[in-house]
Design a protein around this ligand. Structure first.
Ligand code: OSB
Ligand code: MG
Length: 373
């Protein structure tokens, strides 16, 4: 594949309902989309860099110039044999994994289309159906949260995850459990606690949770290992796992018993596959995390989740939970038994609605190789 040009755009999409985590509430997304133009084929991807540097150091205003000034020039005009082997082209840039993932994943999409293969097959997936869960943010009242959970269970979702933080945790979990004693339930703290709150964290054990996701510091593994030893409930790491070496370290030190893989957080599909394999070798299940993606990122998460060791329901849910109108067709839909079926069409199997994207675009830049004379 020869990379002839790269288009970056920012689209703005209001959420149908605000989303609140321990680091704040958002009402609308600013999403960076990337298109690679390769020999008549277009590869599309979404960077999961957020509106603010709160979930990670990266945000849309770091991803954009990192791509235009460093990462795009590293592949523009080049012949690339396969997306799986492009990592070294970006390795001079440290970190900036969400920016790298947008380019790498667009290469995977272009390669799948060029080979006339579904992306999930190119990735090595085997599942034809993906089990789905939902992530429900912090609400204004517990009653509102319970109503939301009721609606998601009725829609068929197989696992409920609620966001927690100090002041919105034990009482909330208590109410959920007394109403639904047997559902698959987990919580995600996005680093809202400290190791010296051990007694408080120990009381989460009474709720029979599937996991507690990222209770401690975003850049820590060691203290999670100390915490895991004190708890019955499995810990799951999200923010702390940047690459396969982090995953090995976490599993060898007993810092968690489950890992959440987000393809953007780890720098692209290749690293996501490596983490998947490390976990599988340790017999530790993984699941696919979400970052309030538009349909483009959502479709890529679906493809990734077809890999064998994605054994727990992911945060992959229907487009309509987030968007009035998604930018793909068909929209992502979930069956009444909580599954998403995978298509046999080349690429992601979802058509990109370019006219809709054009209308949502607030900024656009196309890069071509400079012709040096
Ligand atoms: O920690 O999993 C997280 C959204 C934004 C930032 C971090 C997280 C999340 C979610 C949303 O939980 C999952 C989704 O996209 O449905
Ligand atoms: Mg998380």
């Amino acid at each position: 594949m020869k990379v002839e040009a790269i288009t970056l755009r920012e689209i703005q999409m209001p959420l149908v309902h605000f989303f609140e985590t321990s680091f704040g509430r958002i009402y609308s997304r600013r999403i960076l989309l990337l298109t690679l133009h390769c020999n008549g084929v277009e590869g599309w991807a979404e960077s999961v860099a957020g509106e603010d540097p709160f979930y990670s150091e990266e945000w849309i205003e770091t991803a954009w110039p990192t791509i235009t000034e460093y990462l795009a020039p590293a592949i523009l005009g080049r012949e690339i044999a396969s997306a799986r082997d492009c990592g070294h082209l970006f390795s001079r840039v440290r970190g900036h994994r969400m920016a790298k993932a947008a380019l790498e994943n667009a290469l995977w999409d272009a390669e799948a289309k060029q080979k006339n293969l579904p992306l999930w097959k190119l990735l090595g997936g085997t599942r034809r159906q993906i089990p789905c869960g939902v992530s429900i943010g912090i609400q204004d009242t517990v009653e509102q949260l319970l109503e939301k959970i009721e609606a998601e269970l009725a829609a068929g979702y197989r696992r409920i995850k609620v966001k927690v933080k100090p002041g919105w945790d034990l009482k909330v979990l208590e109410k959920i459990r007394s109403r639904w004693p047997a559902i698959l339930l987990s919580c995600d703290a996005n680093s809202a606690y400290r190791l010296d709150e051990l007694e408080h964290l120990r009381s989460f054990d009474q709720f029979n949770l599937l996991m507690i996701e990222q209770p401690l510091w975003n850049d820590d593994i060691y203290c999670h290992a100390r915490l895991q030893r004190e708890l019955k409930t499995a810990l799951c790491l999200d923010e702390s796992i940047r690459h396969a070496r982090d995953a090995s370290f976490a599993l060898e030190t007993g810092a968690c018993r489950i890992i959440n893989i987000k393809v953007g957080r780890v720098g692209g599909f290749s690293e996501a596959l490596s983490i998947h394999d490390v976990c599988q070798a340790h017999q530790v299940p993984v699941w696919c995390g979400g970052m309030l993606e538009s349909g483009i990122g959502r479709a890529q998460n679906i493809a990734l989740s077809t890999l064998e060791n994605f054994r727990l329901p992911g945060d992959i849910s229907a487009s309509k939970r987030y968007w009035k109108h998604d930018i793909i067709e068909p929209e992502v839909e979930v069956s009444s038994d909580g599954l998403i079926g995978v298509s046999d069409e080349p690429g992601t199997g979802y058509r990109i609605l370019k006219d809709v994207i054009e209308k949502l675009t607030v900024r656009k830049e196309t890069l071509q190789r400079e012709v040096r004379v």
